[in-house]
Design a binder for this molecule. Structure first.
Ligand SMILES: [Zn+2]
Length: 394
């Protein structure tokens, strides 16, 4: 949106360019060097037009100037950038295309203009055009890294994971820095294959992802889901439990799957033993378990009900609300009915909020996503594990 500030900024660019131009031409005036040419009056006219918001006229003027004066190049880049930032992409494209049409443009300047034009296309959502230009810039001596970073960004937006893998690997070679992103791309491909029913292909992709810690961790979750679909419940249980050993915060998603797998494998007794072990662990594990039970309304097997009962008794606010002293005096069946009702209420409360939140931008999601759709950060979404009791108390 055009604002006073941007017009003022545009004015500043032109003033700075005019001052620089005048300084460059007049500073040599004296004993040595040729006499300077007169001040370029077009700059001042351009400044006036920008300040009077006659953007079209100003654009025409600057485009004409580029044809005649090499020293206006930087001003044109600044102007193009300004148009793009104001959302006037057509004008930005015009400025940059005009620059590229200039004969005898130095290589670095040509690359800079190509990159600026590619950024315009990105802003306009014309990803295929931006991709073409950034691909041309991969061989640039000055802008190869920027081009590859932008290509990675485009391929991520388009979920073109194969191309993202290739571009990111090239970026790693160029910078000498490795990251976990490539493992995520393989996991994305594996998930896609799993969802389309091609489990063998999914396993193939996962083999490539395990080289990094992130890939191994996320890969385990996908392999567990594949095993579950293959009805290999023993393998699924083993993998889910390994994931929980590493990060119990995923309990809210994993617990229902784990319970299902144990039940399908007719191993209910072992499930009780496993849950019993979890309940003897530290307070964080117990809280994660209780939250997973509440959020999923999961009260079978019975031991999960005990887990919630303990959670309510030890919770500063809930203990008072539920009247745990009276709860303890109720007959067994009545107590279980009462706890079920509390869980039902808490579940509604928990479901009124989002399940995951991005630690980077605050984006909320109901499901676990590894790539924030809002800020594009990887692995930034964390499960919310606390009940928002304010409304309940109110
Ligand atoms: Zn985010």
């Amino acid at each position: 949106m055009p604002t006073e500030a941007t017009f003022f900024l545009a004015g500043l660019f032109v003033v700075a360019a005019a001052a620089g131009w005048a300084f460059a031409h007049f500073s040599g005036y004296g004993d040595e060097g040729p006499p300077p040419p007169p001040v370029n009056a077009d700059y001042l006219r351009g400044l006036n037009l920008v300040l009077n918001r006659q953007t079209d006229e100003a654009l025409e003027l600057f485009v004409r100037m580029a044809k005649v004066d090499d020293e206006t190049l930087e001003t044109h880049f600044a102007l193009g950038h300004l148009f793009r930032r104001r959302g006037e992409i057509d004008r930005a494209i015009r400025v940059h295309q005009n620059l590229l049409a200039r004969p005898n443009l130095a290589e670095a300047q040509r690359d800079q203009a190509l990159s600026a034009l590619a950024q315009d296309y990105l802003s306009a959502g014309l990803f295929d055009r931006a991709e073409k230009l950034f691909s041309d810039l991969r061989g640039s001596s000055t802008l190869a890294r920027e081009a590859l970073e932008n290509l990675v960004d485009i391929f991520e937006r388009e979920s073109d994971w194969n191309k993202a893998i290739e571009a990111h690997r090239a970026l790693e070679v160029l910078t000498g820095k490795k990251s976990s992103q490539v493992a995520h791309y393989y996991c994305e491909l594996a998930e896609r294959s799993r969802l389309s029913g091609d489990l063998d292909q999914a396993r193939q992709y996962l083999k490539s992802s395990v080289r990094s810690e992130t890939g191994a961790f996320r890969g385990k979750l996908i392999r567990a889901a594949i095993a579950q679909e293959d009805q290999d419940y023993a393998q699924a249980i083993r993998l889910y439990e390994q994931v929980l050993e590493t990060d119990q915060r995923l309990m809210v998603d994993i617990l229902p799957e784990l319970v299902t797998c144990y039940q399908h494998a007719n191993r209910e007794r072992e499930l009780e033993q496993y849950l019993q072990t979890l309940m003897t662990r530290d307070a964080a594990v117990k809280a994660a378990l209780a939250y997973a039970v509440i959020r999923n309304g999961l009260l079978e097997p019975r031991i999960l009900m005990e887990c919630v009962e303990e959670f309510i008794e030890t919770h500063a606010v809930l203990a008072g609300l539920v009247d745990t002293e009276r709860l303890g005096t109720l007959p067994h069946d009545d107590r279980e009915r009462a706890i079920s009702k509390v869980v039902e209420a808490l579940q509604r409360l928990a479901q009124s909020g989002v399940r995951y939140r991005c630690t980077s931008c605050g984006y909320g999601s109901q499901r676990l996503v590894w790539h924030c759709p809002s800020c594009k950060a990887w692995e930034s979404l964390r499960p919310i594990q606390a009940l928002q009791l304010d409304s309940l108390v109110a």
